[in-house]
Design a protein around this ligand. Sequence first.
Ligand SMILES: *[C@@H]1O[C@H](CO)[C@@H](O)[C@H](O)[C@H]1NC(C)=O
Ligand SMILES: *[C@@H]1O[C@H](CO)[C@@H](O)[C@H](O)[C@H]1NC(C)=O
Ligand SMILES: *[C@@H]1O[C@H](CO)[C@@H](O)[C@H](O)[C@H]1NC(C)=O
Length: 206
Amino acid sequence: MKFTNNLMIIISTMVMMIVYNSVDGASYVSIQEFPDNNCTGEYFAQNYAIVGTCFERSMYTCDGVSSTRNLYKTDDCSGSPWQSQSYNIGQCTGFPELDQVGYTIWECVDNYTIPANSSNSITYLGSCETPWNENPVLWINALKNNHCFPQTGVPPGSGMVRCKNNKGLMDFSYPQRGCKGQASTDYEPNPKYCDGDLGYDFVCSH
Ligand SMILES: *[C@@H]1O[C@H](CO)[C@@H](O)[C@H](O)[C@H]1NC(C)=O
Ligand SMILES: *[C@@H]1O[C@H](CO)[C@@H](O)[C@H](O)[C@H]1NC(C)=O
Ligand SMILES: *[C@@H]1O[C@H](CO)[C@@H](O)[C@H](O)[C@H]1NC(C)=O
């Protein structure tokens, strides 16, 4: 019994070390979203996904040639992915799963960087007792403030956000592309919360 307990402690310590080592030397997939199918304009959103760590039933790989997003049916990403989609690094490609319409460029990067002047939704591995940036970051969605982006709909519209006091964002929706016409506005609160091992936070960068 004693031996089994010690063995369990050793094994779980080893598993924790493996998890934390891989998160420590973390690398990320950078996914930038553009309004045009040639990705020539400025990006309006910057996402980062951690490589090789399972979160929210998804796991990303990135090898310099392509990046793959695998989706699983299990919380620990065991078994085979039910969806596996690869993207060529550095090329302008569609990514219809993202919330806005638009085209993306995928890159492998060493670390994330919070872009200036943006509204940032952050998912991290850790509790609500600690600040998000003292924990391994799993996913970031950064929307540039005051930057027009296309939105799906009939007819196709557009939108813009403004960050409010690290607590949420103002959403401006326009009935046509280019953020023209009368906007309808909406406040989206984004309070910090935690669920199991994951923390969710929101910050405004300037
Ligand atoms: C990029 O795409 C936009 C919208 O489709 C188009 O207006 C523009 O001419 C294109 N630019 C180039 C350099 O192809
Ligand atoms: C990644 O960047 C964050 C924020 O700048 C920093 O706190 C962290 O130490 C960096 N991680 C690595 C592995 O360099
Ligand atoms: C942030 O964006 C606003 C609106 O586009 C601009 O007026 C301001 O100068 C920007 N701030 C920084 C630090 O880039």
